[in-house]
Design a binder for this molecule. Structure first.
Ligand SMILES: C[S@@+](CC[C@H](N)C(=O)[O-])C[C@H]1O[C@@H](n2cnc3c(N)ncnc32)[C@H](O)[C@@H]1O
Length: 328
């Protein structure tokens, strides 16, 4: 029996303060709708709050993804080439991935490469999957594609890759950007490599809005933490009490949007960026989109970006799909 090993590698691509500062300035200077990139929701505090969101009864996505992997991992593994290395994009705390790794470890030794911009989430994930026999873990703290390229560069002859993109994180991209992302992933893969893509499906709007605006206020805290992060890291003076967390559904784009809405007319200093932001009463900052899909649409999305679909599993309690693709 092999013992699992753990190692965290930080690559040069970790977003630094200056990148954060310039993205904040660019997003808050936009004419019209102000925006902050959703990737900045995940500092140490944000990642811990996201783990708490995954436990909320209203946030059905996470449990659906877990159930699918719990029940169908053996079927997924049966369709994969042998051997494969596993790369996970935005792995977070890796709770659901363990089901797939356990199934795979029944047939081969597994090299598992989780990639996440949040070092604390990555660390927690390694505690979970590092316990599994026959699984060796090497994590990368960096952006998705930088990490994927770093893993691809280590590929041994004859080994295939399985890329996991779980949690419906693809839904944070708008549809054209999601297509482009899948194409960029495809460019790093070889024919026969696999991609397991999780997508949250359309469902009644009231149910969706509760998932992103829970009565206990955990999602509100997750969203507002982005302003707190700016205060901490960029010496900002956002008063969090002056903002409401808002989740709204955009029917045209089929997405839930999270916003932070200013309760008053205010001027905010972000000193380390040398920037002052003005917000009117009622004006919002858009912080995250979560696009919702139709199961067939997911298959065509894969087909037009360089893959063929080899299976799709849909949860019976919360409409949520995991689709297995092979790179053409
Ligand atoms: C919605 S969570 C999903 C986590 C996990 N996959 C799950 O299913 O619960 C998204 C994860 O992606 C990470 N993330 C967000 N943007 C990223 C980026 N550009 N590059 C790498 N990781 C990113 C976040 O830190 C977070 O852990």
């Amino acid at each position: 029996m092999a013992s699992a090993s753990m190692l965290v590698t930080a690559t040069a691509a970790t977003p630094g303060l200056s990148e954060f500062a310039s993205d904040v300035v660019a997003g808050l200077s936009r004419p019209g709708q102000k925006e902050l990139p959703s990737k900045y929701l995940y500092d140490d505090v944000g990642s811990a709050l996201f783990d708490a969101i995954c436990l909320l009864p209203e946030y059905g996505l996470s449990r659906a993804g877990m159930r699918l992997l719990q029940h169908h991992s053996a079927e997924v593994v049966a369709r994969l080439p042998n051997p494969v290395v596993v790369v996970e994009l935005g792995s977070g705390s890796g709770q659901k991935t363990r089901w797939l790794l356990k199934a795979l470890a029944r047939r081969q030794r597994v090299n598992y490469y989780p990639i996440d911009i949040s070092s604390s989430a990555l660390w927690r994930g390694q505690q979970v999957v590092g316990q599994i026999d026959w699984v060796r873990v090497l994590g990368f703290v960096c952006a998705y594609l930088d990490g994927l390229r770093a893993v691809a560069a280590r590929r041994r002859d004859g080994a295939h890759m399985l890329v996991l993109f779980l949690g419906s994180t693809i839904g944070n991209f708008d549809r054209p950007a999601g297509d482009q992302f899948l194409r960029d992933v495809r460019k790093t893969l070889q024919p026969g490599d696999a991609l397991l893509l999780a997508t949250d499906l359309e469902k009644p709007i009231a149910e969706l809005l509760l998932a992103y605006d829970d009565p206990a206020g955990v999602t509100a805290a997750f969203n507002k933490n982005l302003l707190a992060r700016i205060n901490r890291e960029l010496d900002g003076d956002f008063d969090l009490a002056q903002f409401d967390h808002v989740a709204r559904y955009d029917e045209r784009h089929r997405r839930v949007e999270m916003h932070l809405r200013s309760k008053s007319c205010q001027r905010i200093a972000i000193r380390k960026a040398g920037f002052w932001c003005h917000l009117d009463e009622g004006e919002s900052i858009w912080t995250e989109s979560s696009h919702k899909y139709d199961p067939e649409e997911v298959i065509t999305m894969g087909e037009r970006t360089g893959y063929r679909c080899a299976g799709q599993w849909i949860d019976s309690e919360w409409a949520f799909a995991q689709s297995l693709f092979f790179a053409l």
